[in-house]
Design a binder for this molecule. Sequence first.
Ligand SMILES: Cc1cc2nc3c(=O)[nH]c(=O)nc-3n(C[C@H](O)[C@H](O)[C@H](O)COP(=O)(O)O)c2cc1C
Length: 180
Amino acid sequence: MDAPLRDRLRALSSFPESLPFFDAQSAPADAAELFRQWLNDAIDAGLTAPHAVSFATAGPTGHVTSRILILKDLVDGRWVVAGARSTRKGLDLAANPQAAMTFWWPELGRQVRVVGEVEELSSEVAAADWAARPEVTTPANPDWAAWALEASEVEFWQARHDRQHVRLRYRAGEATPHLV
Ligand SMILES: Cc1cc2nc3c(=O)[nH]c(=O)nc-3n(C[C@H](O)[C@H](O)[C@H](O)COP(=O)(O)O)c2cc1C
């Protein structure tokens, strides 16, 4: 018989043997710049879907849901995603334009959390995104929307084998990030 699930879970590792060293003291003053560096590291490392992100929204009744979305761009320090306006996320964002995103790059032992206000972008931006989808079959989709998240807080987390994990938090309006 298989070992109990809790034992099998306990035996799993969360991180690879080799982890990058994150020197938080020399991190850039701009969170978006550090995010770009870490995303590039994840792309260069050949990770599967390094641009996939957990995207959580809260609706008008306070219920919270999350789903995986693809990061479409980083424009003027804002994180851009896209999807159908008529979906739960679209309805949530129309009622409560706030979101929380979590990136997780297991092979690098890195997590990035981004929270902030979301703005729907122009229909031109949404149409261009729709048209660029490789599997697109219809020329236009008026339900398709693109949203940009303006971060109020970005937190970078680097795992360490000695469990002295490094957590660096950026807050909007603060000149420098701080360790937490
Ligand atoms: C790897 C991956 C990428 C996805 N990318 C998107 C995306 O970019 N936009 C989107 O609307 N849904 C995407 N989805 C589907 C969503 O996770 C979700 O099922 C869908 O958007 C409906 O969510 P909602 O009903 O909570 O709004 C993706 C799913 C996966 C697993």
